[in-house]
Structure formats: structure tokens, C-alpha cells
Design a protein around this ligand. Sequence first.
Ligand SMILES: Cc1cc2nc3c(=O)[nH]c(=O)nc-3n(C[C@H](O)[C@H](O)[C@H](O)COP(=O)(O)OP(=O)(O)OC[C@H]3O[C@@H](n4cnc5c(N)ncnc54)[C@H](O)[C@@H]3O)c2cc1C
Length: 500
Amino acid sequence: MPPSIYTVILLLEIVCAVLWTQPAVLSKQRIFVDDSNVITDSACRVISSVISSEASVHYPGSPEYRTDIHHWSGFAIEESRCSIRPADANDLGRILQILGWTKTPFAITGGGHSQNPGFSSTTGIHITMSQFNKLQHNEEEGTIDIGAGLRWDDVYGLLNPKGYTVVGGRVNGVGVAGFTLGGGLSWITNERGLTIDTLVSCEVVLPNGTVVDASADVNPDLFFGLKGGFNNFGIVTRFTLQVFPQSDIWGGAIIVPESQIKQANQAIVNFVDTVRDPKATMNIIFEYAEGSMNAIIIVFYNAPEPPAGMFDEVLHLNGGIVQVSSMPFSSLLAVGQPRNTPRRIQDVAPVQSYSVPLLNKVANQTKYWGSYLEKHHSGYFFDYVVEVFLPDYFNHGSPSSSAWPADRCTVHFPINIVFAWYDQAHDKAVYDPLAQTVNKLKTDAEEEGQEVENASLYPNIVVAGKPLEKLYGSNLQRLREVRDVYDPTRVMNLAGGWHF
Ligand SMILES: Cc1cc2nc3c(=O)[nH]c(=O)nc-3n(C[C@H](O)[C@H](O)[C@H](O)COP(=O)(O)OP(=O)(O)OC[C@H]3O[C@@H](n4cnc5c(N)ncnc54)[C@H](O)[C@@H]3O)c2cc1C
């Protein structure tokens, strides 16, 4: 087969670019570095010449470039050689082919909320999905089509005023794409499941440039892989999700001083042990910041008022500052909004149940590491977020319906641990305490007889570097087989993230 026009342009570009820069190449080290940048820069230019007129390429120094590579956590930002805003699936197909031919590292950003550097950032070519911003509510089908560049705020903004919602984000700003492709834990997960349990179909651009649909009926193996398997198979351009009726909700925050945390833990465990209403849940944030410790209990009931008495114990804690009310669903997004900081990492400690002694240990860990890191490693704030779900929250999807969780029969609840600090010089020093505290909570849970060794770690939260088996368990073999079908030459491995 004769080479395509794109191949010819690319070869010409690369030859020209190498010739132009040859005199500047002084040492072997420079040759290596410069050649890779030369090829990446050439790929930027070639892409610029083959994408549609609605798409664009931006370079360091321009405001568009800065916007494109931005991440919620500054720690996750990397400086790419250029950023690209594809306008449609055809653009993406051409881009992926060029990236594959040139073996150029790249990144795909949805909402830019990944906290692992390199997962949606790169020193190669940055693809932002911001132009995939179409939102269409299909009222008769009870679904919504969501462009892969949108955030949950956009979706709630359209649906909530009409009395509907989706199983989406719990705070402002999080992207639909990464959240959905990693699983999706929502305020209404007890009632409706993970976001992936409500995914009807996707449109995907494969690394060979073809555009396919994935659903339970069309390419079901790809559909299975996308539900937890992120960017291993291609780039998703559209998610179609189920839509559910939504009234105003009741919820808010109860701020508990350190002196009352033990009583709060008893009240939380009483709630966890007795409440089986899927409309009800709570998240507890144990926080150490600026020399002091407290707990913030975020309560949620999916109706304008909760049943009488259901939340009384946490509402009436001594010294608790209670800020709860009926409100539009989307208003709750501002309540648990985490602090932001330039440097921040996160990991997860899964548990099978919450006891008072275990929650007390979580609080102790928060204070111990918070005060230590604040003193020695420019620590800023330390959050241990205890997620409360019903024991059957995985039952909304069938056992083999998704890449994650690996095992829907054995349920775990994530405790998300966030360490934030100021000074770049302390980057390395913070990772080791994070690993230590995760291990400590694992031991604490095991001492209670909990089985946590084989928990499916939540891929949207877990820190980079964990063995894939810990996330995908026995699904890993099947996922590799699916990957071999849709990305036989491993183009998607040029992007960061969890790669099979
Ligand atoms: C403040 C905050 C609140 C959060 N709250 C929750 C919560 O309530 N529940 C929960 O479950 N998680 C939560 N998370 C975790 C969140 O779900 C993940 O960080 C998620 O990956 C973010 O999605 P994104 O699109 O913003 O991320 P990005 O950083 O843009 O992308 C994340 C990953 O998805 C891939 N990706 C993005 N777009 C595409 C695409 N179109 N096709 C293929 N791959 C793609 C990227 O390559 C990357 O590997 C929260 C995170 C933060 C920082």
C-alpha cells in the first residue's frame, strides 16, 4: 500500500526538522534530548497541518496553551511541547495516528483533576478535550449525551433545573471523562450505583483512527474495558448516561471540634450500623491544618427533608457547628469543596467496615502525620476522608460488567488520604509517610479481622505506582486481551495512567 499523504508530510517534516537543528547538536546527550523534542515539535506542526479549521495547536507562552495544560492540582501540571484542541472525532483520529507513527508521548485531559503527575499531563503533546462540549438531554430515552470535555457542573446545570440528575461528581469542577472512566462514586451511588453502572454507551476514537461506539450490544468487550479502564483503548468523545428524577436535597456540613471527635465517631458508627435507607449517606473528613484538628461530617439525604431522627446524633454533637438545610442538588457541590494547593498527593486505604476504634485510629493518624509533616516538610493540610456507602453499593452492576471493581461480591469502602504541602524540596519526603499511613490503616483493619489485602483499589484516587493487580485483580488478563484487539501497537501507552 502506498504511504498516505500524512505519512509523507510527516517524514518530510521530520527530515527537515532534524536537518535544521543538526548544527546545534553538540553531544550525545544533546542528540538524544534534541531529537525527541525535534520529533515532538514536528508532530505538533504536522498535526497542525492536518486537523480541521475548527481545531487548533498552541505553544508555550500563549494563554491558550496555559489554559490547556492547567490541572486542578498544580503538582500534576507538566509543560508539554504544544497543546492541541481537536474539534471532532476525525481530528482525534488523525492526531492519534501521527502520535502512534512518531511514538510521541501525549496526554488527554478531560477535567484535569487527576492528581498523579503524568496521568493527564505530559512533556510531549497535550490533547485537551475542551471542544467536546456538546450536552444533549434525550428526554424520551431518559439519557444524556455528554461531550468528553465537560464537567459535572455543566451537566447538573442543564438537568437540575428540569428536575433531573445523573450519577456524577460530589464537588465542583471534576471532569466527566476521567471520573466516569475510573468508576464514579457519587452522592447517589447507594441508590443508583457507580457512574459506570449508569453508562449507556460511548463514542470512542481508536488508535488506528477509526471511530466506534461501545455499549452492552456494540463492542461489548470495549464497553467492559472502558468502565474503569481509562485511556487504554482509545479516546472517548461522548458519554451517554442514564438520567434520573431529582428533587431538592437535604444536606450540608457539621464541623466537629477535636475534643468531640470520639463522640462523633460513635455517632457515625451508629449511623453506619443502623441506617439502610439508600437515600442517606455521609462523608467524614478528618482534617489537620494550621496546627489544629477537626472533623467535618458532610451529610446527604436525597429528598428535601430526611426522615425524623435519622441524623439526630450527628446533628446534636456537643460543640458541633451545624450548617445543613434543604437545597438544590447542585448546591451541595460547594459544601465539600476541598482546599486547593500547589502540591498534593492522594492515596486510598480500603476497609470493610467502620468501628469506633478504627475511626479513632484514623483521627489519630490525621493528627500524627499532619503535625509531623507541618513541622518538618512544609505541610499545609491533611485530610482523611471516610466514605460511607451501603454494603450493597456494588450490586447495581453485574459481576463481570466492568473493568473495576475487580470483584463486586467483596465490598470495600475507601478512606481517601490527602497530603498537601508547600515546598517542592519536600516532594519526595511526603510520599513515604503517605505509604506508611496507608499501611498502618491496613494493619489496623486487619487486626479487627477485616480482609483488605485483596480489595480493588479505586483507580480514580490511588497514588501512581501501585501494581495493576491491586486495582484490576482477576480482570487484568481480560483487559489485556481487549487492549490487544483495540490497540495492538500500544499507542495509548504513550499516554500516562494505569496501563495494562
Ligand atoms: C477535588 C476532587 C474531587 C473529587 N471527587 C470525586 C468524587 O466525588 N468521586 C469520585 O469517584 N472521584 C472523585 N475525584 C477523583 C476523580 O474522579 C478523578 O481524579 C478523575 O479521574 C477526574 O476526571 P477528570 O476528567 O477531571 O481528570 P483528567 O485528569 O482530565 O483525566 C483523568 C484520566 O482520564 C483519562 N481521560 C480523560 N479524558 C479522557 C478521554 N476523553 N478518553 C480517554 N481517557 C481520558 C486521562 O488520560 C487520565 O488518565 C475527585 C478528585 C478531585 C481532585
